[in-house]
Design a protein around this ligand. Structure first.
Ligand code: ADP
Ligand code: 5GP
Length: 219
């Protein structure tokens, strides 16, 4: 395996975590980079599984020590990808998935232009709002202000979509998972009859599906 770096970004609540966890049951050899964050654990999250939870002070020490490939402040908390995660995956010859926000993705695209960037698009602001609400109810963390902030931020992040190599719309989950699998396999050079599907997700193809979803955000 080549040690490909996959950057996945999506507005919060688009379904990225859901998609990535399904993808990893279908595709072997994909490591997930566990980020550092100063936000508090949510729901059943555990330290060292979803994130390494740390303090602002420790995080700032790591910035100063040059420990991060990229870092950003998102919704008032720090998030960052440790250089060591990349080194570990590379040494093991495994591909690495980075689930990072747009600001972090832009930094990685500059430092590692060969990285494969994928943007996950919610089908519409209405669906995004519903998903954010459902998730916050399920986790017993319902805060209207947080939901509204995330919706506003989503519109901002969408402006960056054309910088990504691929974009897919997470409407029907199985379809989005199939698209993501197709992208990963094709980028590995393992066509498996899914090249046309992967190609249809290139941002340069600007598919009607992608354009339709984008247009709902400018209404
Ligand atoms: P993210 O990681 O992008 O913040 P999550 O994966 O936590 O988003 O998904 C947000 C919510 O939307 C969750 O409740 C999840 O179950 C739901 N969800 C994700 N993808 C879909 C989909 N394709 N259709 C319906 N609901 C979805
Ligand atoms: P959440 O708090 O919902 O888990 O994540 C909030 C946002 O932070 C998401 O957009 C997620 O992709 C982003 N994020 C998670 N880890 C990192 C990271 O290491 N770096 C950057 N730049 N963003 C991250």
């Amino acid at each position: 395996m080549a040690g490909i770096l996959f950057i996945i970004s999506a507005p919060s609540g688009s379904g990225k975590s859901t998609l990535v966890s399904q993808l990893r049951t279908l595709v072997e050899g994909l490591d997930f980079s566990i980020s550092y964050t100063t936000r508090a654990p949510r729901g059943s999250e555990a330290n060292g599984r979803e994130y390494y939870f740390t303090t602002r002070e420790e995080f700032e020490k790591m910035i100063a020590a040059g420990d991060f490939l990229e870092w950003a402040e998102v919704f008032g908390n720090y998030y960052g990808t440790a250089v060591s995660a990349l080194e570990r995956a590379k040494d093991a010859g495994r591909d690495l998935l980075l689930d990072i926000d747009v600001q972090g993705a832009v930094q990685v695209m500059k430092k590692r232009p060969e990285a494969v960037s994928i943007f996950i698009m919610p089908p519409s602001p209405q669906v995004l709002e519903m998903r954010l609400r459902n998730r916050s109810m399920a986790e017993n963390m319902h805060m209207e202000a947080v939901i509204q902030k995330r919706l506003a931020e989503a519109r901002n992040e969408l402006k960056q979509i054309w910088d990504y190599r691929y974009a897919l719309v997470n409407d029907v989950l199985d379809q989005a998972v199939a698209e993501m699998r197709a992208i990963v396999l094709c980028e590995r050079g393992d066509d498996d009859g899914v090249r046309a599907l992967a190609e249809s997700c290139r941002t340069s193809a600007a598919s009607p599906r992608l354009q339709a979803a984008l247009s709902t955000f400018s209404e």
